[in-house]
Design a protein around this ligand. Structure first.
Ligand SMILES: Cc1ncc(C[n+]2csc(CCOP(=O)(O)OP(=O)(O)O)c2C)c(N)n1
Ligand SMILES: [Mg+2]
Length: 357
């Protein structure tokens, strides 16, 4: 007779549950320091992130460009709130699911789409692709593909700011799949010892590829900060206003005290890990449940309920963004590929590096 499988090693009962999301805030935008006129640009940007990726997925499926494509759809409230609470010259660094953050920071849809297409007009000159969006002018430091490898870089950005006494802070994003990497622990130790002004954010979207967070990481993720005496907390990443409520105070405190903070943001990705993911590890019901908290719909409903804009005005914005994304595709398709000499450029900063040239 076949033995019953040990449930410790099977997905049974080990799924990411929406009941672990913190309750959304009941506070009004004005109480959170937002003006009426702040909300529509946020809605517009979140919708831009979504539409950009929906179209990018279509173009990928049509074979217009190759490589990897990891979509951020569902997580847009995280990027939008981050950019809202930070100063424009604070440093942002993230992992590879990065289109949304770049668009939130203000990198143009043209430059983002062209990067996906590998064109020289792309934000990384077409040499990075989906996982390596950069925009140094906007203090956006990528776009990193190796899980956890950029966490020390996030601390490095904060260390540079502290050293220069410029009042800026850094925010470093990574996925739930990165919390068990040694690099996180090594960085947390130094960041706390050296009191670096950095907010570490784990975007806990429930999965690391096809493995649920309940199966890959013991305990609550944000509590990992406690081993280092690092302040920590948890936020609802499916709601823009809740994110502002949670992040605003943290950002102010980190700037003031120059001490790190570790925030766990509970969120969800609606699409697969990448474009080639059959998603056998979750049920349709689970996906539908999280989609019922959709951050963009939620903000739209709030704007309507508070009578900040009418449905007609919202529809106009949607139409405008739809066109902006189509124009970005056109721009990317008409742009040229990088020149051959580009292959050897932007590799080392130091021009006289011994093995360079
Ligand atoms: C060091 C390392 N190991 C494995 C991989 C392969 N890999 C790519 S993405 C990924 C999952 C990461 O999941 P998570 O950090 O939760 O980010 P999410 O995809 O959910 O945004 C893995 C294991 C990698 N890129 N780097
Ligand atoms: Mg994840």
């Amino acid at each position: 007779m076949a033995k019953k499988a040990d449930e410790t090693f099977t997905p049974t009962g080990k799924v990411y549950k929406s009941t672990t999301l913190p309750k959304p805030t009941r506070k009004k935008h004005t109480t959170l320091g937002l003006k009426d006129e702040d909300l529509m640009p946020v809605f517009r940007n979140m919708y831009l992130q979504r539409r950009f990726e929906e179209r990018a997925a279509q173009m990928y499926q049509k074979g217009k460009f190759g490589g990897f494509l990891h979509l951020y759809i569902g997580q847009e409230a995280v990027s939008a709130s981050t950019v809202h609470v930070l100063n424009d010259d604070d440093d942002i660094i993230s992992a590879y699911r990065v289109h949304g953050l770049a668009l939130a920071r203000g990198t143009s849809p043209n430059a983002c789409m062209a990067e996906l297409y590998g064109k020289k007009t792309g934000c990384s000159k077409g040499k990075g692709g989906s996982m390596h969006f950069f925009d140094v002018e906007r203090h956006f430091w990528g776009g990193h593909a190796i899980v956890g490898a950029h966490i020390p870089l996030g601390a490095g950005l904060a260390m540079a700011n502290k050293y220069k006494k410029n009042g800026r802070i850094a925010i470093c994003f990574f996925g739930d799949g990165a919390v068990d990497q040694g690099s996180l622990n090594e960085t947390f130790n130094m960041a706390q010892l050296w009191k670096l002004p950095v907010v570490f954010v784990v975007e806990n979207n429930g999965y690391s590829m096809g493995t649920s967070v309940e199966r890959h990481s013991a305990g609550q993720l944000h509590k990992r900060g406690e081993a280092y005496g690092m302040k920590n907390g948890v936020a609802n990443g499916m709601d823009f206003l809740s994110m502002v409520e949670s992040l605003k105070d943290v950002v102010e405190e980190v700037r003031e005290t120059s001490e790190p903070y570790f925030m766990e943001v509970k969120t969800y990705r609606y699409r697969g890990h990448s474009m080639s993911d059959p998603q056998n590890y979750r049920t349709k019901d689970e996906l539908e449940e999280f989609r019922s908290f959709d951050p963009i719909e939620r903000l739209k409903d709030y704007i309507l309920k508070e009578k900040i804009q009418t449905q007609k005005e919202i529809d106009e914005v949607i139409e405008e963004v739809d066109q902006e994304v189509l124009d970005a595709i056109d721009f990317a398709e008409k742009s040229d590929a990088p020149d051959d000499h580009e292959l050897f450029e932007d590799i080392y900063v130091q021009e006289d590096f011994p093995f360079h040239k």
